[in-house]
Design a protein around this ligand. Sequence first.
Ligand code: MTE
Ligand code: MO
Length: 324
Amino acid sequence: MLIRRPRRSDVKPSEITSESIYRRRREFMKAAGTIAAGSLLAPQWLFSRTLDDLEQLRDLGELKPSPYSTDESPNSFSDITTYNNFYEYGFGKDDPARHAPGLLRVEPWSVEVTGECEKPGTYAFEDLVKPHRLEERIYRFRCVEAWSMVIPWVGIPMVNVLKRFQPTSRARYVEFVTLMDPEQMPAQRRPSLPWPYREGLRIDEAMHPLSIFAVGVYGKEMPAQNGAPIRLVVPWKYGFKSSKSLVKIRFTEEQPLNTWQQITPEEYGFYANVNPEVDHPRWSQARERRVGSFFRQSTQMFNGYREEVAHLYRGMDLRSREYW
Ligand SMILES: Nc1nc2c(c(=O)[nH]1)N[C@H]1C(S)=C(S)[C@@H](COP(=O)(O)O)O[C@H]1N2
Ligand SMILES: [Mo]
């Protein structure tokens, strides 16, 4: 089934009206003493390109707030959509915003599910998302390059989606693969990376309540440059773990090889948990630059999600290369 909706290329980074409204409403709701951040989606008429353009998605006006959200101030819509890593569109931070919106076709979109599960198959994007209530998750996001942002994602807990595929007892890891299509992703014509981009998680990491499939930011559907129409977000890990524009989910028994580990295993591993005490071989990870702010700030263990996730790594020496 093909659903008509406006192309994401219509979302311009300069289109920040909705963001200021969002912020104002947030302030207002805070003042009014409510914590229902998720209900702060502006009325439909305020947005030209909101998630409710996804006609088939359910109850978008009821975007669910989450206790996992930080109350740190989110970066601007402009920061989030013009300073990106999406090497399929080039290595420059502004390349994705310049090229992805005009080239990436997200309609129709489907995700192939394979490997160790009872319900493999090809799922239309709409069918993947429709049964779930969308949540707002305002997360810290830390790139291994030592910059960070706070991003108000819209998404679905990954566990809720993965459970539907009924992973078998042999499924110990999950692999997440990005679209491979040099027509839509021109840098794939060159072997700058071993395409397609792929990442993986241990199954318990994927099932952790903080892990989400994100389908939007700031209450709008996902901009192309951020990995439309669906990408992972795993906030306690370095940003490279979150594959964009997802087309394949594979349950595996063996630990999958992720793109960056494949290219430079001496620099990147599989786990990539944010850790201020383990430096990158070429730079320190102790501090980070919050995009838009002048001063550097300390990086927190597990990007500030230690309480939630430390138990996943009990007994592992996180300094050892094996767990980089
Ligand atoms: N397919 C794909 N996914 C990707 C990347 C990429 O180059 N290609 N870059 C990763 C890196 S290094 C980061 S920091 C984040 C950036 O996400 P953002 O642009 O939405 O902030 O996407 C990650 N996912
Ligand atoms: Mo990154």
